[in-house]
Design a protein around this ligand. Sequence first.
Ligand SMILES: Cc1cc2nc3c(=O)[nH]c(=O)nc-3n(C[C@H](O)[C@H](O)[C@H](O)COP(=O)(O)O)c2cc1C
Length: 103
Amino acid sequence: MTIVEWIKAFAHDISVGIVVTDAAIERPGPIILYANPAFGQLVGRDPVEIVGQSPRFMQGKETRRETLDAFHRTLSSGERFHGYVTNYRGNGAKYRAEIDCRP
Ligand SMILES: Cc1cc2nc3c(=O)[nH]c(=O)nc-3n(C[C@H](O)[C@H](O)[C@H](O)COP(=O)(O)O)c2cc1C
């Protein structure tokens, strides 16, 4: 087993939503490389189907631009972002997500 396979196997059974992207901060990045089943459940989408998309698909009308600007700035400086955003599920239902994003 490679280390990536091992990490995926570990993430598969965890109840916290995990999403891994590439390191491209500017559009069209960041691109989703992997999402665990708990993340699929949280966003109401098939985790396999969201690979290749940007996490921006979860954003909508009530997602605060100021929060996203802070998120962008933090990622640009290579730091960890911790915050709360309003996001939307595949069926349009709104939820509040606590985000802990590590470079
Ligand atoms: C690993 C990772 C996970 C992310 N998860 C989310 C998320 O769950 N919800 C969200 O609204 N944005 C999420 N983002 C943030 C967006 O992809 C994007 O970086 C943010 O909208 C700020 O950039 P922008 O101003 O170019 O849109 C995530 C970013 C990364 C790198």
